[in-house]
Design a protein around this ligand. Sequence first.
Ligand SMILES: [Zn+2]
Length: 228
Amino acid sequence: MLDPGHGGDDRGAHGPRGLSEKVAALQIARAVAAKLEAAGFQVAFTRDDDTFIPLWDRAKKANEEGADLFISLHLNAARARSARGSEVYFLSLGQGDDDEVVAAENAGAGAKPTSGPDSVVASILDDLAQKAYLQDSERLAVAIQAQLNRLAGIKERGVKQAPFIVLRGAAMPAVLVETAFISNPREEQKLKDPAFVAKVGNAITQGIRRYFAAGNGTVRRRAVEGPK
Ligand SMILES: [Zn+2]
């Protein structure tokens, strides 16, 4: 399940020349989908147009689809315009590594599902379903981060952990990818280049393939069978 961040009235972050995170995230998701499908994976989207989906509903969709992985796609923003490269996060149950990023991504989450017989959401979505998948999520994050670092020519960026709401209810390994810094004029420019976006799609796909190749008991076969 690919989850392009933001959408609709929620534009997310934006670059110095006006590129919206919601637009760039959807383009990246489509590029990832193309590469994944070429590699034999089945792909679904939480959104594949300019619609806002509340954060809690995104994991719910993945759970209902029986997705093997949940990949939330975002663009990073920092006050320092020189900040560049990718960061891949998995869920932290406590404090996060970067409060600014967490605040930006958790904004506009909508109401948290309440437990109780009247709540349809709560019957499908366990607020902390992700807790059971943290080890695999970390492994997935490491695999994707390694490929994105290669693409960016950056060695020092590592995997991070943070309390992202969008990951909490996902009953499968789940990561949030801050693909590049939209606040960096050079990275914003690159994000407008379909060839670069395709390379990002390829890097994330390679990370996913390596994650599966390393073995994972929780994954259903259909995701790893390859082309039909
Ligand atoms: Zn975002």
